[in-house]
Design a protein around this ligand. Structure first.
Ligand code: AMP
Ligand code: ZN
Length: 109
């Protein structure tokens, strides 16, 4: 998708080290961390948001399991929180579906 930050990171047009990558998803550090550890897991296919009728639930399911698998290597052995923001009320800023992963400290509710 033209002019999408996460598509550009996926394609290497904007530099951002990928901490994990496979054929479906990749993980980067959030540029504006809201916790000691703040990562984004981003499906490679461009879907605007969770409610996009084409968003692939199987990929998302595997992405969640992958987060659990990767947690120790991301410094999240003590726990973490996953968040998907959708739309204006959800505070979504980047219209390419992504999963926030927060941890590295006790998070306030
Ligand atoms: P959301 O509000 O759910 O759309 O979250 C978008 C997130 O992307 C925010 O937490 C931003 O800090 C983050 N972000 C925006 N641009 C970049 C970038 N170039 N590299 C890493 N994270 C980014
Ligand atoms: Zn995109």
């Amino acid at each position: 998708m033209k002019d999408c930050i996460f598509c550009k990171i996926r394609d290497g047009e904007i530099p951002s080290p990928k901490l994990y990558e496979d054929d479906e998803v990749f993980v980067i550090r959030d540029i504006n961390p809201r916790a000691k550890c703040h990562y984004l897991m981003i499906p490679k296919d461009h879907y605007a948001y969770l409610g996009d009728k084409n968003a692939n639930g199987e990929v998302l399911g595997r992405a969640l399991k992958k987060i659990a698998d990767l947690a120790p290597s991301l410094g999240l052995s003590n726990g973490y929180r996953v968040i998907i923001n959708q739309g204006a009320d959800g505070g979504q800023e980047v219209m390419h579906l992504h999963i926030h992963i927060l941890g590295g400290e006790k998070l306030p509710l």
